[in-house]
Design a protein around this ligand. Structure first.
Ligand code: IMP
Length: 426
């Protein structure tokens, strides 16, 4: 398989970083297709830990082409600082290209994100406050500024003149200070100078790479249940993390996305607000949170914890076509006695096995569980599936049955060598 799409199959933070890192070593091209610096995954390279936000995971290899595609919202200052941080730690020799069609995330988007969240009060989304929603709002409203606009000073000034009055009146409505055109122009010119040689037509670049038989990895950000269209709206992010959205977010033919790896934790977590039927509020949740180090990479917030929900996984397979799953943090469940799997919901006295579209209905869903005994032993050094305790194997096989999807990879710890590969997929 020459192309692989990696997709978070829950509410984000499934451990995509580790798997992306593993496959990035084999890829010629690594592409980020949506979101912005709301994402964050930790990669261990040469024994050192790196927290990547916007930069694709192929950055550590000089031969790999890294792409930030058109579907992203890019904060140029954040990107510059992330790259500088990498360079200071010796990652100097890299190839990175940025789509001329990607949106620029402006300072006022960050101001608006905070102000809108405050205005929503107890109904707040719980965003990462990086300005993601307001930037995608401007894209849809056609008030955005794109990376390609940085390539011509005249166009850039003209664009700022067009959009800034609209943004300033919006800022004013939230009692936020307005921006001066000259200040923003100079701010953007600085990043134009820094990034100009990297801003290209990435649709052409990716398509050419695919057509010439290169191995292309599409690394996911966030998770399918945070999809703006199919997730738990409005408690979602403002883009679509689905593999099925990659063609539009990259400007490539849909037929090229033929191998989707869903990343799922052996339990479920979520940050931010919104429905989560299998959520736990007891000591088991605290135990899993500590064992799994479940604190946000970007915001450091403690993550909400719950049992694995196969209604969610089946739904995600339906909306995005998962071919295989990678099952992450399985070792964390060594510390519990009984494992539960949410296999259906009870909604107003009726059993359902799909995700309702409305918030009200989803919030009323009560989990229906199946229970299994845990294995109560350390599995973090096991490197072969057949050597796992019987109960671990039973759990994995049951999840395969319930989701009707093979689990190609089992992760039993954070390090690269704590990975059981059951099937080569890339
Ligand atoms: P936003 O993407 O910052 O607008 O936040 C919207 C929702 O998506 C909030 O619930 C965030 O916590 C969640 N979110 C955004 N990015 C991530 C991520 O990378 N992992 C997990 N949750 C995320």
């Amino acid at each position: 398989m020459l192309r692989l799409a990696i997709e978070g199959s829950q509410w984000g933070d499934e451990g995509k970083g580790k798997i992306t890192d593993y496959f990035a070593q084999k890829a010629d091209v690594v592409v980020r297709s949506q979101g912005g610096n709301n994402a964050g995954h930790t990669i261990v390279y040469d024994g050192k830990k790196f927290a990547l936000r916007l930069v694709p995971s192929g950055i550590f290899s000089a031969d790999t082409i890294n792409v930030l595609a058109n579907g992203l919202v890019i904060n140029p200052k954040a990107l510059f600082e992330e790259l500088r941080g990498l360079e200071e730690r010796g990652i100097n020799n890299y190839q990175l290209f940025i789509s001329n069609r990607a949106q620029i995330l402006m300072p006022y988007h960050i101001d608006l994100d905070g102000a809108i969240e405050s205005k929503l009060g107890s109904s707040k989304i719980g965003t990462t406050k990086k300005g993601i929603g307001p930037c995608y709002t401007d894209k849809a409203a056609r008030h955005g500024i794109r990376m390609g606009d940085l390539l011509c000073a005249q166009t850039l000034r003209k664009r700022l003149k067009e959009v800034l009055p609209i943004k300033n009146s919006e800022l004013e409505s939230y009692d936020l200070p307005a921006y001066d055109i000259e200040t923003l122009y100079q701010y953007l010119l600085k990043y134009a100078e820094i990034f100009k040689d990297r801003i290209v037509d990435t649709s052409e670049l990716i398509s050419r790479s695919i057509n010439s038989g290169k191995k292309v990895l599409f690394e996911g950000a966030q998770g399918a249940m945070l999809c703006i269209d199919h997730g738990t709206f409005p408690y979602v992010t403002s883009s679509s993390p689905l593999a099925s959205a990659i063609p539009v977010n990259c400007g490539i033919a849909p037929k090229f996305i033929d191998n989707v790896l869903g990343i799922a934790k052996a339990y479920t977590t979520r940050v931010g607000e919104g429905p989560f039927p299998s959520e736990l509020f007891d000591a088991t949740a605290d135990n899993i949170r500590e064992m799994g180090h479940e604190y946000g990479t970007v915001t450091k917030r403690p993550r909400r914890i719950g049992w694995l929900d196969t209604v969610v996984l089946k739904y995600v397979k339906q909306i995005s076509g998962v071919d295989n799953f990678a099952f992450m943090l399985v070792d964390v469940l060594s510390s519990v006695d009984t494992i539960k799997i949410c296999t259906a919901y009870m909604l107003d006295g009726k059993r359902i096995d799909t995700v309702p579209s409305t918030l009200d209905e989803y919030q009323r869903c009560k989990p229906i569980y199946e229970s299994m005994p845990s294995w109560n032993e350390d599995i973090s050094n096991i490197s072969k599936f057949d050597l796992l305790p019987e109960n671990t194997r039973k759990y994995i096989k049951r999840v395969e049955e319930l989701t009707d999807t093979p689990i190609a990879i089992v992760s039993v710890g954070p390090d690269r060598n704590q990975t059981i590969i059951r099937k080569e997929i890339f």
